[in-house]
Structures are given as structure tokens and as C-alpha cells.
Write a protein that binds this ligand. Structure first.
Ligand code: DGY
Length: 327
């Protein structure tokens, strides 16, 4: 095998780097915890044959055309909305990702946010810090219970399925979903029912977003959509902040059009510290930590490396997202 140089645009768990080095790849990594500046990314990518990147790297059409020599791009993550897949496909660059290994970790965060929002946990925690825990008040701080409620899943894939399983097991929730395609396995295992988007909005007590960010889904959760939800509904997003309009979400919560929200992803990221969502009673926000477990991140590092190793050794990318690539 020729001497192959791989550039890694973030500090990753060593497991994947070790795998590459063991196979004699020449690995160069960005060694700073802050995102790599675009000009340095381009400069390094130009000197390499393959790239491993994360959601903070902007792999847009301009980057791809400057670095069209890249033989493969491997995304450390299941989402790849930072990559212009159409352009990579046009240029014949295969793109791989790391699905599966972060499913449980992300579903846990969605499930946790649902409970945290329903019981005002983050807000109540801040009250103690502000010395506002004074006495027991029978009619204050009241949350809502989840038992036997309806969970609506927007995008019932791997992670949505795990969220639904948790909600069914813990609270016997009734599962409805809206997808591009029906998920017959979930229909059998979880008694999940496919509904139209409007019915999903009208019937969900908790609406959890697990869809990819695409031209069709960007900004889909906007004012008109929040207006169609129950005033008692909780909106959960652990997918991508781009799917919701944050101003509209703030307005919907302030006006009581929906009851609460749990967000692991925001629009934009990072969220500004003065964002009103951070001081709302029925809202819980986390800084995009869905896949942040030792197990998930090690798995992602391993799969990101495997995409590169298999491509060069066996001419296949195990988790290829653009099989229709031109060449
Ligand atoms: C993903 O894998 O898409 C997560 O959001 C972390 O990158």
C-alpha cells in the first residue's frame, strides 16, 4: 500500500488513531480542543489523502472543490449536515459516518431531557443555587406526569426507536410517529402507529425529534407548527438545532402554546448564555452531549477509522452515506 496520509480535524479518542497507525497510515491530527480554523483545515487537507472530521468542520462546496483530491472523508458522527454530500458525490469522494454506536447514548439524553422538562428539574436546581428554596408549597413547582401519555416521534430511525422503547418500558407511553417511510419493525415491537405530520402535532404529549437535518426538515418546527401542538405538549430535540426555529420556540413557550421543551441541540450552537430558554421553568437545555459517553465516543472513533482502513484495504466503506457517488 502507498504511504497514505490521513488528516484528523479534531482531537479524537485514541482508539481510532491507534488502529490507523497500526495499519501504517501516516496520521496527522489537529491538537487543539477548539475547532480548526478553515484555512488551516484546507492547508492540512491539501497535504493529505484522506480526512476524518467532525460536525465543527465546514466541508462545503468551496472546501470540497479546493480539496477534490481527497480520496475519502470519514465523519466522526452519525449526522453529516456539515458536509455538502451532493458536491462530494459529484466529485466522486466517498463519505462515511459512524451510526449505531451512539444510539443508546443519544436516546438516554432525549429520555432524560423529557423527564427533566416535565418536572422542571433544571430550573428547580437553579432555585437552590439562588437561595430560593424556602419552604414546602403544595401548589408550587408542579410538573406533569408521563405515564400513559402519547409520545410522538419525528423520524423513527435507530435513535427514535430507542427513545420509544424507553418511553414504552418506563411509562407505557402510546407511540405514534411520522417518517418518510413506515417503520414496520417498530410498529410490531412497540405498537407504534404511523400518523400524518398534522396528527403527530395534534396528538403528541411529548414530541421528540430524531430526523436528519436536510432541505426538507430545516426549520420545520416553526410558529405555525408549534401552534398546532397541544398547550400541554413537551418538545424534545436531540437531533439538530436547524430543525427548529428558536425564536418561534421561545414565543410558543412564552405564550403557553406548548408547555415545555428539552433541547440537546440549539439554533445556533453554541447557545448564548443570555438565551431566554435558559431561564424558563419548563425547559431543560444541554450543550449537544447526546453522544458524549466513553463507550459511544470510542465506538465513533473506531468506526471512523474503519471507514478509512476498509476503503484502502478492501475498496469498501462500511458506513458509506453516498453510495451513488459518481466515480
Ligand atoms: C452526531 O453523531 O451526529 C452527534 O450529533 C455528534 O456528532
Amino acid at each position: 500500500m502507498k504511504d497514505i496520509k490521513v488528516f484528523v480535524s479534531s482531537i479524537l479518542p485514541v482508539i481510532g488513531i491507534d488502529m490507523l497507525r497500526k495499519e501504517n497510515f501516516n496520521v496527522v491530527t489537529w491538537n487543539d480542543k477548539t475547532p480548526i480554523p478553515q484555512d488551516i483545515l484546507i492547508k492540512n487537507a491539501k497535504e493529505c489523502d484522506a480526512l476524518i472530521c467532525t460536525l465543527t468542520a465546514k466541508i462545503d462546496a468551496a472546501f470540497l472543490n479546493e480539496c477534490s483530491h481527497l480520496e475519502i472523508i470519514s465523519q466522526f458522527g452519525v449526522g453529516y449536515d456539515n458536509i455538502d454530500i451532493n458536491e462530494a458525490t459529484k466529485l466522486g469522494i466517498p463519505v462515511g459516518n459512524t451510526p449505531g454506536v451512539l444510539t443508546d447514548a443519544t436516546a438516554d439524553v432525549a429520555f432524560g431531557l423529557m423527564i427533566a422538562a416535565s418536572r422542571k428539574m433544571f430550573f428547580m436546581h437553579k432555585k437552590i443555587e439562588k437561595d430560593e428554596w424556602k419552604h414546602f408549597t403544595p401548589t408550587s413547582n408542579l410538573g406533569i406526569e408521563l405515564k400513559n401519555k402519547t409520545l410522538g416521534i419525528f423520524g423513527l430511525g435507530r435513535i427514535g426507536n430507542e427513545m420509544a422503547k424507553r418511553c414504552k418500558g418506563a411509562y407505557n407511553m402510546n407511540i405514534i410517529y411520522h417518517n418518510r417511510n413506515k417503520n414496520t419493525e417498530a410498529e410490531q415491537l412497540l405498537d407504534a402507529k404511523y400518523v400524518s405530520f398534522d396528527d403527530l402535532l395534534a396528538q403528541s404529549d411529548v414530541l421528540s425529534v430524531h430526523s436528519v437535518s436536510s432541505n426538507e426538515t430545516k426549520g420545520i418546527f416553526n410558529k405555525a407548527v408549534f401552534n398546532k401542538m397541544k398547550p400541554t405538549a413537551i418538545f424534545i430535540n436531540t437531533s439538530r438545532g436547524a430543525l427548529h426555529n428558536e425564536e418561534d420556540l421561545i414565543e410558543a413557550l412564552t405564550a403557553g402554546r406548548i408547555w415545555g421543551a428539552g433541547l440537546d441541540v440549539t439554533n445556533p450552537e453554541p447557545m448564548h448564555k443570555n438565551n431566554p430558554l435558559l431561564n424558563m421553568e419548563n425547559v431543560a437545555v444541554l450543550p449537544h452531549i447526546g453522544s458524549a459517553t466513553v463507550e459511544a465516543r470510542n465506538g465513533m472513533s473506531r468506526l471512523a477509522a474503519e471507514n478509512i482502513i476498509e476503503f484502502y484495504k478492501n475498496n469498501r466503506v462500511p458506513n458509506l452515506v453516498n453510495p451513488q457517488k459518481a466515480t
